[in-house]
Ligand binder design. Structure first.
Ligand SMILES: NC(=O)c1ccc[n+]([C@@H]2O[C@H](COP(=O)([O-])OP(=O)(O)OC[C@H]3O[C@@H](n4cnc5c(N)ncnc54)[C@H](OP(=O)(O)O)[C@@H]3O)[C@@H](O)[C@H]2O)c1
Length: 277
């Protein structure tokens, strides 16, 4: 199982990222410094997490060389007009204290505004100008993806979607595989609804002498999904990266995926109807 994955633009990303929401303030900086000390090299933030300054501070405080860390942020729904989207990227870089963003995404498509194609044009331009290395989207459906690809001829490098055992996103993973888009998983554990006690998870944890959380993250890697677990707990931070020393069987994988259900989303975040500004 590789520890990095290559994107369709040739860049590579660590196979497991660190989710930074809702880490803020001094406690948040300390949790992120701990994550970097524990080996994370990919930090996932967003304008709407209101913690980009903390992410930049944690990176500098950790002493980890800048070019060893992938910093990813997201354009919020209120800045989809092209000029606003470009300004949002420059402002993010400023708050992070970085010359360049490693990865930037459109946070939600917000289809009722119908402006996400402009935000995508902004990302394509920002990549051409060197402000952003890799560009992608989050919470896009197949039709949103098809539209921006048809508009620009540029395929997003990643689509970051809700993905955990109760919502395994089989259809979107197939779409991504067909289009050459990497699947990133938000709430990869299932957050407050983590299926740690489900027999499919607990039995695999016992069989491999690992924790239920490690089973779920290993399930992501074997699916080809890049998980972005958040933890403010140093031991869990370490456990969540320590998933390369065992392999789930096909039966274990199938049993965990079978926990999926149509209403498995955490809060009804259907991108066709749920909007975030
Ligand atoms: N693009 C989007 O629209 C979107 C939406 C939501 C989230 N995200 C991104 O995805 C990241 C992760 O999502 P999330 O924070 O919602 O959910 P998550 O990573 O599935 O769950 C985080 C929760 O699980 C706990 N946890 C972590 N590792 C654990 C382990 N090994 N054992 C037991 N509990 C464990 C954490 O507790 P402690 O911290 O107390 O250890 C925390 O309460 C976010 O931080 C954000 O970067 C993106």
């Amino acid at each position: 199982m590789p520890t990095t994955l290559t994107l369709n633009d040739g860049a590579s990303l660590p196979a497991i990222g660190f989710g930074t929401y809702p880490l803020k303030g001094e406690d948040g900086i300390e949790a992120m410094v701990s994550a970097l000390e524990n080996g994370y090299r990919h930090l996932d933030t967003a304008v709407n997490y209101e913690n980009e300054a903390e992410v930049g501070e944690a990176l500098r405080r950790s002493g980890v060389p800048r070019d060893e860390v992938v910093v990813a942020t997201k354009i919020p729904g209120r800045f989809h007009e092209k000029d606003l989207a470009l300004q949002s990227l420059r402002d993010s870089a400023g708050r992070l204290g970085l010359d360049r963003l490693d990865l930037a995404l459109i946070h939600w498509p917000n289809p009722s505004r119908d402006l996400y194609p402009q935000a995508w044009q902004a990302l394509v331009q920002a990549q051409q100008e060197g402000l952003v290395r890799s560009i992608g989207v989050s919470n896009f459906t197949e039709s949103h993806l098809q539209r921006i690809i048809a508009d620009t001829g540029v395929t997003p490098a990643v689509n970051q979607v809700e993905l955990h055992p109760y919502f395994p996103q089989e259809q979107m993973r197939a779409v991504h595989a067909r289009l050459g888009i990497l699947t990133q998983a938000w709430s990869p554990m299932g957050k407050r609804n983590a299926p740690f006690a489900e027999p499919a998870v607990a039995d695999a944890a016992a069989a491999h002498a690992v924790t239920p959380g490690q089973v779920i993250l290993r399930w992501h890697l074997q699916l080809g999904s890049m998980p972005l677990p958040k933890s403010a707990t140093p031991q869990r931070q370490r456990d969540n990266l320590d998933v390369f020393g065992f392999e789930l069987t096909n039966d274990e994988m199938a049993a965990i995926t079978a926990l999926g259900r149509p209403d498995g989303r955490l809060f009804g975040g259907d991108p066709d109807t749920h909007e975030e500004m």
